[in-house]
Design a protein around this ligand. Sequence first.
Ligand code: NAD
Length: 496
Amino acid sequence: MALAHSDVIEKKSSIDLKTQAFIGGNYTNSLSGKTFESISPVDGNLIAQVAECDVEDINNAVNAARTVFEKGSWSRMAPSKRKKILFNFADLMKKNILELGLLETMNMGKPITRATGDIAACVNCTKWYAEAIDKLYDDVAPTGDNLIATITKEPLGVVGAVTPWNFPLLMACWKFAPALATGNSFILKPAEQSPLSALRVAELAMEAGIPEGVFNVVPGFGPTAGKALGTHMDVDKLGFTGSTEVGRYFLSYSGESNMKRVSLECGGKSPNIIFGDAPDLDFAAKMAADGMFGNSGQVCDAPSRLLIQKSIKDEFLEKVVEYSKPWLPSDPFDPKTLMGSIVDQTQTERILDYIDKGKSEGANVLTGGDQVMQDTGGYYVNPTVFKDVKNEMTVAKDEIFGPVLCAIDFENEDEALQIANDTHYGLNAMIWSNDLNKVHKLAKRIKSGKVLINSVSDGDMSLPHGGYKQSGFGRDKSLEALGQYTQTKLTLIEIK
Ligand code: NAD
């Protein structure tokens, strides 16, 4: 049944917000007693004061996580039992889907329909890894008769995760689901802009039967709480999703501390290459707009550089502008809304600065380009399409992380490839063409973790997500992610 606006408002008024850290199975204040303000970008109002964790709180969380790991109540539990508990966890997320979705809408202004869609994706992700875990066998090496050598996968121990605000729970879930499935203890430092869904989900994990200390959430700021996790001597692995700039810190944190494993899911500036012989230009144009303006453009693999073959440039851009029209920002709590707010004032100002820079460097605005709905007190920018962009311009080089599409034209395949790869990012790429030879050649030469051809269907959990170059390394989703939360042990027996 479709969600009604009145149901959303009613539910919102009845939510019991969890604002303390969740450590060792209990909600707790930060040791310093400090809190930080959680402001809603929907209307600029204060939602709550949230516990501000720092080094000592992280120490406590790591102790709790380590203690339960060594005890073995989760780490050595039979995979089939962990699977059942993770299924309970997923079911509880599903049961509380509207509340969890609402917490994300309140925190970062994502439209409620999209937010509940993200929670549904968390349910699916958790079940996917739970379902996988009792079907993976270890190996016996092909040695001679006098040796038995087993090669087994063991959990790493204490896994930390530092995550962004654009998909608050889903980016965390891509890490906690495989980490928990493989038997690790987990500590999440959510983005300071969007801690509320993670804080609520922590108690659902306990309710599902995950032992206390296995799932911890420590809200706080990056340079304090995030750094404390990254530099902790007893954290075995740190999974990071966020900007390339901050991703670099985690490599140093690891080197400065215990050489913990690090995986990085960072930024992107993905090319979307439209050839004149695309099978359905209309669909490609709709996907160009939908891909850019969904989540207000705050998507790591958004197709933000639109490369259009010169022969169809004007016709195609007309369609893109047409398809950008439904993406006008509106009330995020209304289930009919497609595009909500920008996450906060800082990000809004950053986006508007980039729009100014684009204009001053010679690009032309075809549509949008302004802040809107200021009367709400919130932060909204309308969908913006730049034409006449050159790949050297700042708007084509930097990740804007807002609803700003940059159209660049090209003559032929070689030029398209050169522009596509002329970036230090390498997360995603799209190609629209009917010429199989051409797309195969290009797909092999494009330096990115994903190349989608005449399609945007990369959501399935079986498909790996991650980058080349400075978009990071390691993969979320798919069975490949399980390898990031286990280590390989050789055990050898000599038979006399
Ligand atoms: P961000 O890098 O500013 O913050 C991410 C996290 O890092 C937050 O939890 C923050 O508190 C923490 N952090 C910040 N400074 C830190 C420091 N000095 N030490 C330790 N931790 C620190 O990113 P953001 O603004 O939250 O998110 C947007 C970015 O995330 C974009 O670049 C986007 O492309 C990227 N992202 C990537 C993926 C992917 O899968 N590749 C997915 C989503 C978002």
